[in-house]
Design a protein around this ligand. Structure first.
Ligand code: SF4
Length: 181
């Protein structure tokens, strides 16, 4: 069983804006998100962290079975213009660092962790998926939350967390499925 109090004590060391624990059954998986990925996201089909490389929505859901708890958290950063995609993506690094550090910390405490994060993986300048090769860093790459068919705004609403803070503050989100044997 996971120990929420222990996890809370560990993550309070990090610059997290908001966090909430959810139950795995609170997380909805929907094909509708996959359709949006396909039709509207230029990262579709370009990364191991995005569809179709992550598998079907049902396969993604099956990967989350066996976890008993869910940690959902956000970090916040200031941006001059939230609609400027290049500028907003450039602010993502610190969130990924926090995510990776928390993931590794929880793993070191004996937790099994499946981590999904905002946007597709950007560890490599060119994803190995485009070359038909295996992911170069499968242990540290984080699939995009939406790639699993999960609606981030739905999680924020269920967790009573902020989803939008206006034009000059940007929220990044991480979703961790947790288990402990
Ligand atoms: S670590 Fe590299 S190869 Fe793996 S998903 Fe990320 S960008 Fe692609």
């Amino acid at each position: 069983m996971t120990d929420r109090q222990e996890i809370e004590n560990l993550i309070l060391e990090y610059p997290i804006y908001q966090y909430v624990f959810l139950r795995p059954e609170d997380v909805m998986f929907t094909e509708r998100v996959r359709t949006i990925c396909k039709q509207e996201c230029k990262r579709y089909g370009t990364s191991w962290s995005c569809p179709p490389a992550v598998g079907t929505v049902e396969e993604c859901r099956e990967r989350t079975l066996g976890y008993t708890d869910v940690l959902f958290f956000s970090t916040v950063t200031e941006v001059a213009e939230i609609l400027d995609m290049d500028q907003t993506l450039a602010t993502r690094g610190p969130h990924e660092e926090v995510t990776t550090e928390i993931e590794q910390l929880l793993a070191s405490r004996g937790y099994r962790v499946l981590t999904l994060s905002s946007e597709s993986c950007a560890i490599c300048s060119k994803c190995a998926w485009l070359e038909g090769k295996p992911c170069r860093h499968p242990d540290v790459m984080h699939p995009c939350i939406e790639s699993f068919g999960i609606v981030v705004s739905d999680l924020a609403e269920k967790g009573e967390m902020d989803y939008y803070l206006g034009e000059h503050e940007l929220l990044w989100f991480t979703l961790m499925f947790l288990g402990k044997d």
